[in-house]
Design a protein around this ligand. Structure first.
Ligand code: PBG
Length: 333
């Protein structure tokens, strides 16, 4: 078949719009930008410490001094927000999470320092007891059960103390019932009207959190998290959780993990007009790093493809350990 003589008479040739890079960019439907990224960071006590995490290549636990440097770099790359996770030493752990609302605790000091030195960066703090719990559970334990209402009381104190330290957004990741409403009410009562709540609404009892638990030494000491985190097989339940959190006052809702739950992201996007956040969790990160280290995949391309899939599914924002590494490749606006 030559170009002039014989050819098919097709009313549509989708390949026409894929012919050149410029055409492809003109018709591109979704684009990842630095504004979409939230960078999770691990902080620990001490000075001049940058401690590798063996199951999370290129991720570190930082002491506050070096954390500030890291955040400075990240902010210069155009990233707008970080999510802070503390490594808590054993002697500060208990069952009730008393350290969670210590005004001079690690998170509180860290948030204050960040907001003083790098005020433009949005600071998101995690609200849950697990890094502080001797049992590695997100709530208070009694007779092998995770208590709901008692835990919510502790989470409220934790959220207030983070707001007081200067957190822009508090992010309850615990999955206790009623915590969003309780936290919103307490924040309002205390005058923290501008402190936002990012609700980990559809958080699944996932095996993808393994490396994160290494990073914080926060693995459950007994059982699993299935009495509070969601069943991996469910999707209608995700809508129910999101509906409750919105009713209780969430400003943004999250789906976690992201990659194995793209269908949930898509459904939540259709359900609500609030910003939808996807958490590209530690296990998703480490799988890519591991395959890349073996030379089995092109890391840069796979990261871009993975994060773009989350945007395509409907996520407005993505929490990802790849944020710093990918930022230079993305458009700033
Ligand atoms: C704690 C929390 C977890 C993650 C974020 N906050 C772990 C868990 O629920 O066990 C996991 C993040 C990741 O794997 O990257 N509530």
């Amino acid at each position: 078949m030559s170009a002039t003589n014989q050819h098919l008479y097709l009313s549509h040739r989708p390949r026409r719009l894929r012919r050149t890079e410029s055409l492809r960019l003109m018709v591109q439907e979704n684009q990842l930008t630095v504004n979409d990224l939230i960078y999770p960071l691990f902080v620990m006590e001490g000075e001049k410490i940058q401690q590798p995490i063996s199951s999370m290549v290129d991720c570190y636990r930082y002491s506050l001094d070096l954390l500030l440097k890291e955040i400075e770099e990240v902010s210069n790359l155009g990233i707008k927000a970080i999510a802070l996770f503390p490594y808590i030493e054993d002697d500060k752990k208990d069952n009730e999470g008393k350290e969670t609302y210590n005004p001079n605790g690690l998170v509180q000091r860290t948030v204050k320092a960040i907001k003083t030195k790098i005020p433009q960066i949005i600071v998101i703090t995690d609200i849950a007891l697990d890094p502080y719990s001797i049992y590695g559970h997100d709530g208070i334990v009694k007779d092998g059960q995770i208590l709901n209402d008692e835990t919510v009381e502790a989470l409220v104190k934790m959220a207030l103390s983070h707001a007081e330290a200067g957190a822009d957004i508090v992010a309850p990741s615990d999955m206790m019932d009623g915590r969003i409403g309780a936290i919103r009410q307490a924040l309002d009562q205390e005058g923290w009207l501008d402190t936002s709540i990012l609700a980990y609404s559809a958080k699944y009892a996932s095996a993808y959190y393994g490396p994160f638990r290494d990073a914080l030494a926060s693995s459950p000491q007994f059982g699993d998290k299935k009495t509070y985190q969601m069943d991996i097989a469910n999707s209608r339940e995700a809508i129910r959780e999101v509906a409750l959190d919105i009713k209780e006052g969430a400003d943004m809702v999250m789906v976690k993990p992201a990659l194995a739950y793209l269908d949930i992201i898509q459904q939540i996007r259709q359900y609500t007009n609030l910003p939808v956040v996807a958490y590209n969790v530690s296990g998703e990160y480490s799988m890519i790093k591991a395959a890349s280290q073996r030379g089995w995949i092109d890391e840069e391309l796979v990261v871009l493809e993975t994060l773009t899939s989350m945007k395509r599914a409907g996520a407005n924002l993505i929490l990802t350990y790849f944020a710093k590494q990918i930022a230079p490749q993305l458009t700033k606006n």
